[in-house]
Write a protein that binds this ligand. Structure first.
Ligand SMILES: *Cc1c(COP(=O)(O)O)cnc(C)c1O
Length: 381
């Protein structure tokens, strides 16, 4: 599949030639661990053992690379497995990483409680300010980590500007593109070295599979990452790869609807007397709205807001919602609601990444927007 094709076409076809054996139009689930060799070392198409490579996973990996405009995609058992592989490929004891002051709680926990124990130094910066990122650099800095939009405060980082800061200093820029998906934003084209995904979210899109991905436009780095993926072993299984590929086919139409519904939700929230602040990069009042508009096609389905009356009032809104299902995760076709302070971001309590106690986060799904607005209205009381 030529990378001349538009995104919607690549999403459906990249990495997915008809099966050579049967003509099956979607890649079969190769639920297999090992492959017959034609004489010792005589591998058929390079397949030897499914940790190293599996045809269903290969289809997903080629698809991911095409969608992000990279040359190498790698699929993992979860987003955090992808992050772990990336960090242990790029870093050694004594190296330093700049991490955002607003990041997915599990990413922060991986730095603070796991990688940090192995002698990797990290410090927190406001990545929405390129000067603050530059100020956080040390001689030992090897990686700048960015999440945009960020979880759960929908902060925006100017990817091209921070890529400039990184490359001036000989540092690699990693962008967690989970909230946007490659349909809304392509960090590699803006100068990022590696894109990270929790494919559990918008890429899979149906709340039925956990997975992660890395994509790079640097073939040499892609080889190093593939070496570590095999050496560390946290690969996506064939069925999970197949489900993720199936989800990706509709990514473009889903994202269009997620963004449109989220815009309507923010209109309701902004004018609601019980809501004191709304976080959404599509709002003209968002501090980096112009940057978001420059680097994103539309603004996605994630919205956070603060509720008048504090933590208990915010928890009550979550408990009263009916169509918005109370639960962690995001990016599926169904709408979800949660209280980050007590749920997804409990692991950042007491740190520089602590989130407001009166914050509610919604993942706006693709149901009828009128039904969603009615449910939020009754939940806000
Ligand atoms: C969920 C999430 C992750 C972690 O991915 P898992 O698939 O849950 O391991 C990383 N980054 C962001 C922004 C996420 O939302």
């Amino acid at each position: 599949m030529s990378d001349q094709h538009s995104f919607e076409t690549l999403a459906i076809h990249a990495g997915q030639e008809a099966d050579p054996l049967t003509g099956a139009v979607v890649p079969p689930i190769y639920q297999v661990s090992t492959y017959k060799q034609d004489g010792v070392g005589g591998l058929r198409n390079g397949y030897e053992y499914s940790r190293s490579a599996n045809p269903t996973r290969t289809a997903l990996e080629e698809n991911l690379a095409a969608l992000e405009g990279g040359v190498r995609g790698l699929a993992f058992a979860s987003g955090l497995a992808a992050e772990d592989c990336l960090l242990r490929t790029l870093l050694s004891p004594g190296d330093h990483v700049v991490i955002p002051n607003d990041a997915y709680g599990g990413t922060f926990r991986l730095f603070a409680k796991v990688v940090g124990r192995w002698g990797v130094e990290w410090s927190v910066a406001d990545t929405s300010d390129p000067a603050a990122v530059r100020a956080a650099l040390r001689p030992e800095t090897k990686v700048i980590w960015v999440e945009t939009p960020s979880n759960p405060l929908l902060g925006i980082t100017d990817i091209a500007a921070v890529a400039g800061v990184a490359h001036e200093a000989g540092v690699k820029l990693v962008v967690d593109n989970t909230f946007a998906s490659p349909y809304l934003q392509q960090p590699l084209s803006l100068g990022a070295d590696v894109v990270v995904h929790s494919t559990t979210k918008y890429m899979g899109g149906h709340s039925d599979v956990v997975g992660g991905a890395l994509v790079t436009a640097d073939a040499g780095l892609g080889e190093e990452l593939a070496f570590h993926q095999n050496a560390m072993g946290a690969v996506a299984g064939p069925f999970d790869a197949w489900l993720t590929l199936r989800g990706i086919k509709t990514l473009a139409v889903r994202m269009d609807r997620h963004s449109a519904n989220a815009e309507r939700v923010t209109e309701l929230l902004v004018s609601h007397p019980k809501v004191t602040e709304v976080f959404y990069p599509g709002l003209p009042g968002h501090r980096l709205h112009e940057v978001a508009a420059k680097q994103m096609r539309s603004f996605g389905g994630m919205v956070s807001f603060r509720v008048a009356g504090g933590e208990e009032a915010a928890v009550e809104v979550c408990n009263r919602a009916k169509l918005f299902t109370l639960g962690e995760s995001l990016g599926g076709v169904e709408s979800l609601i949660e209280h980050p302070g007590r749920m997804t971001h409990a692991s950042v309590a007491g740190s520089q990444l602590e989130v407001p106690a009166d914050l509610v986060r919604v993942s706006v799904g693709i149901e009828s927007v009128d039904d969603l607005l009615a449910d939020l209205t009754q939940a806000l009381g």
